[in-house]
Design a protein around this ligand. Structure first.
Ligand SMILES: [Zn+2]
Length: 467
């Protein structure tokens, strides 16, 4: 694919020469070319842009072989809703990649789109997981307990089933309601112990930080932001491509992420005992311990669960490799290879011509700024909206809130008033005792005056000391 995939939306107006900008989706061809060499993972999120027009930025990112964010697709949209998420997620399908794992927040609009009939973002076509950070924030909003929030995160990050069960039982003992809340969310969508390795051991996404670092200052026109993002991505491609080429020439095979992970395991202070078993299995135990972990190198598994989760040899597998004097890198998943990293960033970038030299798009009306309702309590068009309406030659009254309509005012006061009959003609109320006048205590007697001084002034001030 060697094109810039885009999709525009705009609100039509009665004057076909003009329309109001609603949003734009785009994916740079270099990203589309590079994504097949990334892990089969996508994270999606959105962020408010506080520029001249308060648009939202939607972003989809992959993870490269070095476990870094790989920008895949963007969209500016007037509002984030199930419609805009449907539009955005259908745009990402330009990847044509199967069995992707999608990580998102628990946004009900995203859930609605993913779970609707015919969606290709659910099993068996794709796998949907929830970001553990977003889930724990939502959990905290409901239960407001840092202790329970911490237990919930420990359950989500636990790799082994019995560890997950232990944390869930503790949560249940401390607050049964929190357990019931968590049980409503399928565990494979938020807990590593049930994830089946789809999320590559990372159920969190810090995409907002990534957006903040990559995005130029807010308030710029959409075209300028797109060009600056393109430039940012071009520089990043150049940097990663140069580094990976240099390391490949040195004879390296795996990315820095793998080397760092293995180094962390190597420096672990525990010395293990390795015992060969049948079927090419090995039992790895701590000294003087009976229980241990079973490693099967040919299947890249260990009963600790880390090997399957990260797809990089765990500390027990490393110990076995050391014992057998074999290279542990042969058991690292190919998704971490330096060759793939190099291919991910090898797309060419041609210089972008000046905006004035861009070809005119045919069949598209002149786009005016997005008609975003101002944050006002008046509920009727502000001066800017009036100016847009005048330009479009449309009636601004159609944007006035219905609560201000004459029809509503008329209905408010439309109840009928019939003449009131004489009191003697009112019907008797049943079940109510005969009511007497209210019992009000008599007023106090008037104050007595003594020698021209009021009673109040003669009261001794015993509680006050003279200064
Ligand atoms: Zn292990």
């Amino acid at each position: 694919m060697s094109y810039l995939w885009t999709g525009n939306t705009y609100d039509h107006s009665p004057n076909p020469e003009f329309a109001s900008f609603c949003g734009v989706f785009w994916a740079f061809p270099q990203s589309i070319e590079g994504f097949p060499h990334c892990k089969p993972l996508i994270v999606v999120d959105s962020k408010d842009l506080n520029g001249k027009y308060p648009m939202k930025l939607m972003i989809a990112s992959g993870f490269d072989a070095d476990n870094c964010y790989f920008p895949l697709a963007f969209a500016f949209t007037k509002e984030v809703s199930s419609d805009s998420w449907r539009w955005f997620l259908s745009g990402i399908k330009v990847t044509q990649r199967k069995e992707l794992c999608l990580i998102s927040s628990l946004d009900p609009d995203i859930l609605a789109v993913i779970n609707e009939p015919g969606s290709l973002w659910k099993e068996p076509w794709a796998y949907h997981r929830f970001c553990l950070d977003h889930l724990s924030s939502q959990f905290d909003d409901v239960f407001q307990s840092s202790r329970l929030k911490s237990l919930m995160k420990q359950a989500g990050l636990a790799i082994q089933q019995d560890e997950f069960d232990f944390h869930m039982e503790t949560i249940e003992k401390e607050n049964p309601e929190t357990r019931r809340w968590l049980d409503k969310i399928p565990p494979h969508q938020w807990a590593l112990a049930h994830d089946g390795g789809r999320s590559y051991g990372d159920m969190t996404m810090n995409i907002e930080k990534y957006i903040c670092e990559s995005l130029p200052s807010p308030g710029l026109p959409v075209t300028a932001v797109t060009l600056l993002l393109f430039d940012e991505i071009r520089m990043n491609f150049h940097q990663v491509l140069s580094d990976s080429r240099r390391r490949l020439n040195q004879g390296d095979m795996y990315t820095k992420h793998v080397i760092d992970e293995l180094e962390e395991f190597r420096t672990a202070s525990v010395t293990y005992v390795v015992m060969p078993l049948d079927n090419n299995e090995f039992k790895v135990t701590e000294p003087l311990q009976k229980d241990g972990w079973i490693v099967q190198l040919s299947k890249c598994t260990c009963t600790c669960g880390e090997f399957q989760k990260n797809k990089i040899s765990c500390v027990h597998a490393l110990t076995v490799c050391e014992k057998l004097k074999i290279n542990p890198l042969q058991y690292v998943d190919n998704c971490y290879s330096l060759e793939l990293l190099y291919r991910t960033y090898s797309a060419k970038f041609n210089p972008v011509p000046e905006v004035s030299a861009w070809p005119e798009v045919s069949g598209v009306p002149t786009l005016l700024p997005p008609a975003i309702p101002p944050p006002t309590h008046n509920k009727f068009p502000c001066l800017h909206t009036l100016a847009v309406c005048e330009k479009l030659k449309i009636n601004p009254l159609q944007y006035v809130d219905n609560y201000c309509s004459l029809e509503r005012l008329d209905r408010t006061y439309s109840a009928k008033f019939n003449p009131v009959p004489e009191v003697s003609g009112w019907p008797e109320a049943s079940g109510v005792p005969t009511l007497f006048p209210p019992v009000i205590p008599p007023p106090p007697p008037p104050p007595t005056h003594v020698s021209g001084m009021s009673k109040r002034k003669t009261t001794p001030r015993t509680s006050q000391k003279k200064s």
